[in-house]
Design a protein around this ligand. Structure first.
Ligand code: OOB
Length: 548
């Protein structure tokens, strides 16, 4: 019987006539995603392509050669084109080399965040049918080898692990250096089909755990290249990846891949603390970086006491969660820095404010679509278009927005319309200029400082806690995070403490950012007439003062 994941990965993703149109319009170039690195290796071999936080540097020629060596080594190691390969690494040179090398070899990287734990990694590993993974030995005192051992107990199909650092003694585990020693001389590989899936991203999650997002060479190349153009990137761009490069925003919006598409230089920050970021900006004359609003607030605060020379910085992209106008204005007090709002999603659609937009548009909207062929509809609860300027749910399709998840038919039927629009779950309104303003979200997704997760996922765990009779988790406004998570618990008898609930989730291997920030004990959980948690009434309850 054919493997259902392989069949789903090789299914056509856009209708033939639509795909033809995107090719004719030049959005899809038919090139492999790493082609720009090859191109600049030929034309500008000595240009710095990649620098990490400890100053290791690869020129375009070196990066291109290393990507080829990784491709060869992965094949020698036993991976074949089409195999899925989990990358869970901090922002290290090796992450970029493994990513480019696997894409070149037709091996499909599965981008997993370093903050993910057993629950998420096991889910993404099973869903992708992964056979190998790459991790760091430790990051910020957390031991990823232990995590991977537990993941492999649950997903025995992961036969191979490559560790950047100390590999340990487990079966099938080797160090990055040993992997690279397997590389053979360059070989002619058959050309990669640009319509094929190049990599798998993951969604923030609604209605449960994250979903896998298949991005093709064609669409992701366009995503990165068109973004670079819209954001004014060129060969003088020095882009600092402060956020985890496994995330779509720093990876391709325009991020690393957008910088490579114009022959610029990428600098990797191992962690996004103000000290590390400001000193990297000073040292490498960084011109642009990207952050979520909570991180920007942290940088703004730190800047009050900081004297590092960051005058090279010209553009600060902010996205992932809504940027408050007041914060946008504070950034504009930094000399020479322009803000760009980015409202994007791993599923595709990207909205950017542009350099030529008036300042109030930049400070108060989340931008307008990247592509002339991004189709946008804003609909009411019946799926009918709302009046101009009214708030509704954003549906979209276009040359870099997926038509289906790597998931079962029920999930896809819920997430996409029959004519291929992705139902984003984002509530927006559109200005006459085409700029979108994000008004909130429908459904159960919580956006905690840019890190998204499904309330339902956490509810499904906490209902198993012995002290919990009924449970609901809700995103509530929070001055620092934008949204914090509040757990409403109807207890069996003695109410559990917040600490107990957090420990319970931690023991189950749930990522830390998903643990509830606050707890409210209640006598019952309001339900809709369909028996679902009534999140609207809960939001009203959340606003009420806690009874003393
Ligand atoms: C980015 O991607 P994801 O997949 O982690 O999250 C997507 C969701 C959106 O559907 C929206 O709910 C929220 O994050 N979001 C924003 C936003 N940018 C994203 N909400 C309000 N204002 C914004 N500027 O978060 C992402 C992907 C590419 C570029 C930038 C962000």
């Amino acid at each position: 019987m054919p493997d259902p994941i392989v069949s789903a990965l090789s299914a056509p993703r856009w209708p033939d006539d639509v795909a033809r149109r995107y090719r004719e319009l030049g959005y899809w170039r038919g090139e492999e995603l790493t082609a720009p690195v090859r191109h600049y290796a030929a034309s500008h071999p000595d240009k710095p392509a990649l620098i990490d936080s400890v100053g290791r540097l690869l020129t375009y020629a070196e990066l291109d050669r290393t990507a080829d060596q990784v491709a060869s080594a992965l094949q020698q190691w036993g991976l074949a084109p089409g195999d899925r390969f989990i990358l869970q690494l901090p922002n290290l040179l090796e992450l970029v080399c493994l990513l480019l090398g696997s894409v070149r070899a037709g091996i499909i990287p599965v981008m997993v965040l370093p903050t993910h734990r057993e629950q998420e990694v096991i889910h993404l590993a099973k869903g992708s049918g992964a056979v190998a993974c790459a991790i760091a030995d430790r990051q910020a005192s957390y031991d990823f080898r232990g995590l991977m051992r537990r993941v492999r107990d649950a997903v025995p199909g992961i036969g191979k692990v490559v560790v950047v650092g100390e590999p340990g003694e487990d079966d099938g585990v080797i160090s990055y250096d040993r992997l690279m020693a397997m590389a053979g001389p360059p070989v002619d590989r058959p050309p990669v089909d640009a319509h094929a899936v190049a990599l798998l991203l993951h969604s923030g999650g609604t209605g449960g755990l994250p979903k896998l997002i298949p991005r093709t060479h064609n669409d992701y190349d366009y995503n990165a290249r068109a973004s670079a153009e819209a954001c004014g990137f060129d060969e003088n761009t020095v882009y600092l990846a402060a956020l985890s490069a496994a995330h779509n925003f720093p990876l391709a919006c325009p991020g690393l891949l957008g910088t490579f598409s114009v022959g610029g230089t990428v600098v990797l920050a191992r962690e996004p603390s103000p000290d590390s970021v400001f000193s990297l900006i000073e040292k490498h004359k960084v011109t642009v970086t990207a952050a979520v609003p909570t991180l920007v607030s942290l940088w703004l605060e730190a800047r009050e006491f900081d004297e590092t020379d960051i005058s090279s910085l010209k553009l600060l992209q902010v996205g992932g969660a809504k940027l408050a106008e007041s914060v946008a204005r504070r950034i504009h007090e930094w000399p020479g820095v322009r803000v760009q709002q980015v409202f994007g999603m791993a599923e595709g659609l990207l909205n950017y404010t542009r350099a030529e937009d008036p300042i109030d548009i930049v400070e108060t909207t989340q931008g307008r679509p990247l592509s002339p062929d991004d189709e946008i509809v804003i609909v009411d609860e019946e799926g009918q278009p709302v009046a101009d300027g009214a708030v509704g749910e954003l549906w979209t399709r276009g040359p870099y927005t997926i038509r289906s998840y790597l998931a079962g038919p029920e999930i896809n039927a819920r997430s996409f319309t029959p004519d291929g629009f992705y139902r984003t779950g984002d509530m927006v309104r559109r200005l006459p200029s085409g700029h979108l303003v994000v008004a909130g979200r429908s459904g159960d997704q919580i956006n905690r400082g840019g890190e998204k997760f499904s309330a339902v996922e956490i509810e499904n765990h906490l209902i198993d806690h012995p002290a919990v009779k009924e449970i609901a988790v809700l995103g509530v406004p929070d001055a620092d995070l934008g949204q914090a998570s509040l757990a409403f618990v109807h207890p069996v008898e003695t109410p559990p403490s917040l600490r107990e609930l957090k420990d319970f989730l931690r023991q189950r291997g749930v990522a830390t950012y998903k643990l509830p920030d606050r707890l409210r004990i209640v006598d019952d959980i309001p339900l809709t007439r369909f028996g679902k948690i009534d999140r609207k009434r809960l939001a009203l309850l959340a606003d009420e003062p806690v009874p003393s």
